[in-house]
Design a protein around this ligand. Structure first.
Ligand SMILES: [Zn+2]
Ligand SMILES: [Zn+2]
Length: 107
């Protein structure tokens, strides 16, 4: 992977904006994790997606960075859950709805 010298932040590129928009369109602008839980009968109200997440991190697979199959639209909260490594202790910052309690459920 060291061969990748593309150090320009990936997110700044036009291509990303395009594929991000496509991912949101595919997911109807809704958080796929919320939808999954709703369909599983958790009785939650799905939220709109505000983030597009890479299932396989770009760091690991830069070649999948623009692959729609590697993207999922997520609400802020579910996106945070995808990045436990980034979670510090700003838990009461922002709108933590009831679904926040379901954090223990691993998907
Ligand atoms: Zn969600
Ligand atoms: Zn992410």
């Amino acid at each position: 992977m060291a061969a990748y010298k593309e150090s320009l932040p990936f997110y700044h590129r036009e291509a990303w904006k395009r594929v991000r928009a496509l991912a949101l369109m595919r997911d109807q602008g809704m958080c796929v994790e919320c939808m999954r839980r709703m369909e599983a009968g958790y009785g939650i109200r799905p939220k709109r997606a505000t983030m597009v997440h890479h299932k396989v991190p770009v760091k690991e697979r830069p070649d999948l960075a623009l692959d729609l199959d590697n993207l999922e639209s997520l609400c802020w909260e579910h996106h945070e859950q995808r990045h436990p490594e980034r979670r510090e202790r700003k838990r009461d910052g922002g709108d933590a709805g009831p679904a926040f309690k379901m954090r223990v459920i691993k998907v």
